[in-house]
Design a protein around this ligand. Structure first.
Ligand code: XMP
Length: 506
């Protein structure tokens, strides 16, 4: 495997994903908690950082267990650190170098530069520049503005590069990373979905034996893939619970429950919509809605889980971005997010936690799901918030409003599928606004609700752009909604991006 030491760069996860795309397993660790370097580690990559090496608080890890012993690649800050710490000079660049640059390979024989064209586009993002390398360092590539764009330390398998090979705009970045992890480190490209499934099933069997495991299904990709993986390992000893909050999409609970059963999962569906609606009555404040729904969910789930005799484990669909220890500008923080942790149950019932997807990025979860034979319809589903339609009904939530919104949403999503747009959109949904407006239908004046439609593209939900859906499509959907859904006489389309807006309205 490859170890990536994180100095807090926004691109660290991208490096990891690129390495994984080469079918090589890698892990991210904060720079100040270097893991044990055993024989499974074939090489180390140092990430970029928001710090300058000249800052007093800049990270200065002790790399003596690594440098000279294993192949080492410093990217951006990583490269500057390896130059600065050993007698080189790093100065503020005359202007901040950001964006595309043409790299000219000086030493075509260099193993890191193998199969790269003589000149290639790279992505730069740095405020400092290496003005002098220590003795024994050889420059292997330059750009017009950056003389030390890539160097190798003589007599070692250590390189430093100023640009970011992990970024899409570095045209041959993938080849360069391949040269490092495969050519130089000698990693086998054997980390595939199939090998992951095989080894994980084996490990789960060993770890769980004949123990019983409980898992909460949400209809989302992560919990579904986690369940199918566990099911393959331990079969009927996996007990799944799928709670219907009454706030899901129209017919979704029944449809998804049925496909879970078709997959052979041992799943108990619990219809608890009335409880959720009763507890939400009269509540308009978004964060209070979220708290009530979260609490109700835990109550319903726990009650069901306690009926399973002798259950020993709680399984969760936690994925890698949730467990990477974040490394912020104020120094790496030790907090590990645990989104999916079902409150209180592990302590109360003395359960151990099992998280079969905790090493995977989202796209890898999807790939694993496909290789497990889960249907494309389940794998390709848009993200859907835990609190469901409650946070898409602005103001208080009632059964009548849920029904209106479910009908609107159904028309919209079906239309996206029919027009072949569903898979081009990252997330889509309808929002019921707390606004009534005047309309006219036939000869009658109406005074009814307004709905907003939203569709965004995104990679991780952190930023998002609104989708330029075709006008004809919007016109047809608007007509169909107003004609078919009683209580709605106006449709608007949300053209805000995140930031400054958010994806959900609440
Ligand atoms: P925002 O609205 O913050 O949403 O731009 C980003 C992503 O997170 C989802 N979301 C939630 N998911 N519980 C969830 O499980 C929540 O309370 C919640 N709020 C927002 C949202 O759907 C989008 O994918």
């Amino acid at each position: 495997k490859i170890i990536i030491l994180d100095f807090g760069s926004q691109y660290t996860q991208l490096i990891a994903r690129r390495v994984r795309e080469l079918n090589v397993y890698c892990e991210i660790h904060p720079f100040n908690r270097i893991p044990a370097i055993d024989s499974s580690v074939r090489g180390v990559i140092l990430s970029g950082s928001p710090f300058s090496v000249r800052d007093a608080q800049a990270p200065t890890p002790d790399l003596s267990a690594i440098r000279g012993r294993l192949p080492l690649l410093g990217v951006c800050y990583g490269a500057q650190y390896l130059a600065h710490a050993f007698g080189g000079e790093v100065q503020p660049a005359p202007s901040r170098e950001y964006g595309r640059a043409m790299l000219t390979v000086g030493d075509a024989q260099d193993p890191l530069m193998r199969d790269l064209p003589a000149t290639t586009q790279v992505w730069m993002s740095h405020g400092d520049t290496i003005t002098r390398v220590p003795e024994g360092y050889g420059i292997v590539a330059s750009t017009e503005d950056v003389r030390v764009a890539a160097y190798r330390i003589g007599g070692e398998r250590t390189w430093g590069i100023q640009f970011h090979p992990e970024v899409y705009h570095s045209t041959d970045g993938k080849q360069l990373l391949k040269n490092f992890v495969v050519g130089i480190c000698g990693c086998a490209q054997s980390w595939t979905s199939e090998s992951f499934v095989e080894s994980t099933v084996r490990e789960l069997r060993e770890k769980l034996g004949d123990d019983r495991v409980v898992l909460g299904l949400s209809g989302g990709v992560d919990s579904t893939v986690a369940a199918v993986l566990l099911h393959r390992a331990i079969g009927r000893n996996l007990y799944c619970i799928f709670v219907d909050s009454g706030l899901l999409r129209k017919n979704e609970f029944d449809e998804v429950l049925e496909s879970y059963r078709d997959m052979g999962l041992n799943v108990k569906g619990v219809k608890a919509g009335e409880k959720f609606l009763a507890d939400l009555a009269g509540v308009s404040e978004p964060e209070r809605k979220r708290k009530i729904i979260g609490r109700d969910f835990v109550e319903v789930f726990n009650e069901e889980a306690q009926r399973i005799e002798d259950v020993r484990w709680l399984a969760q669909g936690t994925i890698y971005p949730d467990v990477i220890e974040s490394c912020s500008v104020n120094g790496p923080s030790a907090t590990i997010k645990s989104h999916h942790n079902v409150g209180g149950l592990p302590e109360k019932m003395n359960l151990k936690i099992v998280e079969p997807l905790r090493l995977l990025f989202k796209d890898e979860v999807r790939r694993v799901g496909r290789s497990l034979g889960i249907s494309e319809r389940l794998i390709g589903r848009h993200p859907f918030p835990g609190p469901g339609l409650a946070i898409r009904i602005l103001g208080d939530v009632t059964a009548g409003k849920v029904e209106i919104l479910q009908n609107v949403d159904r028309i919209y999503i079906d239309a996206l599928r029919a027009a072949g747009l569903y898979d081009k959109v990252w997330q889509a949904g309808a929002i019921l606004l707390p606004v009534k407006s005047v309309g006219v239908m036939g000869d009658e004046r109406t005074y009814e609700s307004c709905v907003a439609l939203r569709a965004v593209t995104s990679t991780d939900g952190m930023t998002a752009d609104w989708v330029h859906l075709p006008y004809e499509f919007l016109a047809d959907v608007s007509n169909e909604i107003i004609n078919k859904v009683r209580g709605v006489n106006r449709v608007v389309y949300d053209i805000s991006s995140k930031p400054p807006a958010t994806i959900e309205w609440e």
